[in-house]
Design a protein around this ligand. Structure first.
Ligand code: PGA
Length: 247
């Protein structure tokens, strides 16, 4: 089955680095049947798009404004991302939540903005270490889904991918067991069933993200209810990310 393998470059790579990355990466994944998406920084998007035109690798942005357009200095609107050729956008990454204090109401607005221009959304959700240790992760995840998918029509869910990224697993070399992520994938699908329908619960794509590398990628990708991976650090090396993308 086709897997969704996404590489979030975060705040790394100059224009030149992006060019050499793409030149090395594309030949390594040309036979992949998976949906592969790279998420460079805003300033490299347009250039990356040109470099990707002859390939099946798609482009995504790491963030989007919660506003549509106008006097919002430093912000980037969804229509701008669309116009430079992005297909996806990451919303609610834990670094945005923690370092830039993004809350569920803003994340919900960002999702609506992105869907409004035809971008696909990768919504990142996950529990803190405290919530995991104190067995509060189910409530935490259900609340994020309820608050951040508010106002979405069922037919819009086809453009939403949920990335389960436990906060304590990002960039730490620690990760939940495959059994634990299977449990969370089920929690997500049950919540979607409760809010929408059994059909949507079955069809929604759920990714896992947090300290994925090429050694563990296959096991995590093949876990029950998991459709792919969102990769941070390990996506910065084209050879390593290609191994993951070819699972
Ligand atoms: P990591 O990051 O793979 O470096 O843990 C994942 C993410 O932040 O999406």
């Amino acid at each position: 089955m086709k897997k969704y393998i996404f590489g979030n470059f975060k705040m790394n790579m100059s224009l030149k680095d992006t060019e050499s990355y793409i030149e090395k990466f594309l030949p390594l994944v040309e036979n992949s049947k998976n949906e592969i998406v790279i998420f460079p920084s805003f300033v490299n998007l347009m250039f990356a798009k040109q470099k990707l035109t002859a390939s099946k690798v798609l482009l995504g942005a790491q963030n989007v404004s919660s506003e549509t357009f106008g006097a919002y200095t430093g912000e980037t609107g969804a229509f701008m991302l669309k116009s430079v050729g992005a297909s996806y956008v990451i919303v609610g990454h834990s670094e945005r939540r923690k370092l830039f204090l993004e809350k569920s109401d803003v994340i919900n607005k960002k999702i609506l903005e992105a869907l409004g221009v035809g971008l696909k959304v990768v919504l990142c959700i996950g529990e803190t270490k405290y919530e995991r240790t104190n067995k509060k992760y189910k409530q935490a995840i259900e609340k994020l889904l309820a608050d951040e998918l508010k106002g979405l029509y069922e037919n819009e869910l086809k453009n939403i991918i949920i990335a389960y990224e436990p906060l304590w697993a990002i960039g730490t070399d620690k990760r939940p067991s495959t059994k634990e992520i299977e449990e969370v994938a089920l929690i997500i699908r049950n919540k979607i069933k409760q809010e929408y329908s059994e059909n949507s619960a079955k069809n929604i794509k759920v990714l896992y993200g947090g300290s994925i590398n090429s050694q563990v990628a296959k096991a995590y990708c093949m876990a029950e209810g998991i459709n792919g991976l969102l990769v941070g650090g390990a996506s910065l090396n084209p050879q390593e990310f290609a191994k993951i993308a070819n699972v």
